[in-house]
Design a protein. Sequence first.
Length: 220
Amino acid sequence: MSIEIMKEAFQGVDWGELQRVHEAAAKALPALSDPAVLGLLWDRMRGSEELASKSERFNAFEKYVLHDDPGSGLRLRLHIFSEEAVEEAHNHRASFSSLILHGSYRHLLYGNVEDIWGAEESPATRPEPRFIQEQLPGTSYTLHHAFVHSTYASPGTVSLVIQGPRDRSSFRIYDLAKGLTRTRLGAAAAQGVQEPGERKLTDRDLDLTRNRLAEAGLLR
């Protein structure tokens, strides 16, 4: 199965060496995104109470965890972006590689979180983008966990993400409308909903989403 391809591709890879991470992801993500393989991975997730329970809806996208290996820290996630545009910039708890499968988004990069905001919470200085790119189907990128970015996705955009070991217990979010930053914890530490509009996805949600992905030709 292609999960083994992912494990082999990342065997011995140091997630602090982003070029090696990106090269490994370039081998694994295309194999994992094959519609037949993605369908098998989805059905495997759907049959696992542990994996299915990690499916969540946030204010800008839905997250589905297709594979999670606590030993290596590798996690495979599928993201589906909603119609709601969220004016936020943020960093991450873990570095990751992403492949755009469907749709597109404008990707803005700002700089390292400590360089932009330091250790203080809000208020903070609004970040100015240093790099802007349109992420189209078939394009991929790898991002360090400290790097602040924002995405403006067309509705229904789908990306496949390989996430590495978590390096931070929390990450920072900058509300571009209010000019304030806030801290968000990992799910294990938070133990519940952290912001309005978030919820766990139900079995019905999962089945409806599978149908939508199949109709779009993204899985079988």
